[in-house]
Design a binder for this molecule. Structure first.
Ligand code: NAD
Length: 300
């Protein structure tokens, strides 16, 4: 394991390994979006009012108190709606575009971004970067294969609890009662005792069947999206970049170990070192929004 800054000899070793890798995956977590002012769950930003965010991100919490959980997701949607992609999103978005990827990973046949984030910022960064490139047809390269997989869904998805119908909703509030409850909280800290009880019929409802809708995210204890495709990608990968995740939530926490076990390389990008880094070949400690762009000067 190497643990040094992005200016160290491991920078060259990492770049050499990336240049030789054929099937590259990224597993990203909340740290990727930290510089966009989206709170992570574990490093100090894990509270919403007086409540632990992880205790609200469960099916049991929603069943017990859908009004409270919707208010929590109203807050998270608002943060995501107001946020802009940061330099780490931009760097990973460029890796998804074959014309850029080929500059740093000449042997690459595939590159897939698997994100645990539900804020949609990787998608926005990809769209913006693709649009910039669209004018320059000479730079278009047909391969390698690339994709983004949002394994924990999206805060902008609204999903029926009965029929499963799901829609994307990027308006400021999914329904008027959520906007009103939020406005009444400006000066209150304790959501646990003082939250507003919104009647079930005033919470978001399914457009198709009228039943109660829920946020279209994957909660703790639920099955992630795209799991079969992700398992195939992890199986095939000969390099994984682990960006801004505490690697505590399964199955994403297992990907690096699985790539390593079949002989692939592991590169970790995190604000803090961790005991789990021992399995990594390269460890870049620091803000990913600074380190990632500094590793790829050819993207400027
Ligand atoms: P986490 O909160 O458990 O861990 C965040 C990790 O990011 C920590 O290891 C921290 O050291 C690191 N980090 C913080 N700032 C960083 C930076 N600037 N550069 C590099 N690393 C940085 O998040 P997780 O591992 O993604 O797992 C928690 C779960 O919470 C996931 O299931 C995810 O869906 C959900 N979540 C998503 C968002 C989002 O969509 N942005 C935000 C919070 C939580």
């Amino acid at each position: 394991m190497l643990e040094e800054s992005s200016q160290s000899p491991q920078r060259n070793e990492f770049r050499q390994a990336l240049a030789e890798a054929k099937h590259i995956i990224v597993v990203a977590g909340a740290g990727l979006s930290a510089a966009s002012d989206i709170p992570t769950f574990r490093d100090g930003g894990g509270m919403w009012r007086s409540l632990d965010s992880t205790s609200l991100a469960t099916p049991e919490a929603f069943t017990a108190n859908p009004s409270l959980v919707w208010q929590f997701y109203h807050y998270r949607r608002t943060k995501a709606l107001l946020a802009h992609p940061n330099a780490a999103h931009d760097a990973t978005a460029k890796l998804l575009i074959p014309a850029y990827l080929k500059k740093v990973a000449q042997q690459a046949k595939s590159f897939h971004l698997i994100t645990q984030n539900v804020d949609g910022l990787s998608g926005l960064a990809f769209k913006a970067t693709s649009q910039k490139l669209a004018g320059n047809s000479a730079k278009k390269v047909p391969t390698p294969k690339t994709s983004t997989l949002e394994m924990h869904g999206s805060v902008f998805a609204v999903q029926c609890t009965e029929c499963g119908y799901s829609t994307e909703n990027r308006s400021l509030a999914v329904c008027p009662s959520l906007a009103a409850a939020d406005a009444s909280f400006q000066n209150l800290q304790d959501a646990g005792t003082k939250h507003r009880d919104i009647p079930l019929e005033e919470l978001p409802r399914c457009e198709k069947c009228g039943a109660l809708a829920r946020p279209g995210v994957v909660w703790f204890g639920e099955k992630p999206h795209h799991l079969d495709a992700i398992n195939s990608l992890v199986y095939e990968a000969d390099m994984i970049l682990v960006i801004g995740t505490s690697s505590t939530v399964r199955p994403a926490s297992t990907f690096a170990y699985r790539v390593k076990r079949h002989g692939g390389k592991v590169a970790v990008f995190n604000l803090e070192a961790s005991t789990q880094d021992q399995q990594a070949d390269y460890v870049f400690v620091g803000p990913c929004e600074t380190i990632l762009p500094s590793l790829f000067p050819e993207f400027d």
